[in-house]
Write a protein that binds this ligand. Structure first.
Ligand code: SF4
Length: 75
């Protein structure tokens, strides 16, 4: 299992995560920030549990994020 966390309020809307891990990220038309699909919001930290196969793409997204607000952890 892989846990992805996104500190959404700090997102600058650059779109890198959507390009690199389209299975789990979309841009919001409402506020121009990225949304982590199927995530739960706890005090601004949006968390999703995904399959191990999704690890590499999401690590690439985390590494590309210019404001370093994506964390990816294999459990
Ligand atoms: S890469 Fe980071 S800053 Fe860019 S849209 Fe995704 S979460 Fe937001």
């Amino acid at each position: 299992m892989v846990i992805i966390t996104h500190q959404r309020n700090k997102c600058i809307g650059c779109n890198y995560c959507v390009e690199l891990a389209f299975n789990h990220w979309r841009m919001s038309k409402k506020d121009g920030k990225a949304t982590l699909l199927n995530s739960v919001d706890k005090k601004g930290f949006h968390t999703a549990h995904v399959d191990n196969a999704e690890y590499d793409d999401n690590v690439r997204a985390a590494n590309a994020c210019p404001v370093n607000i994506i964390k990816v952890k294999m459990t």
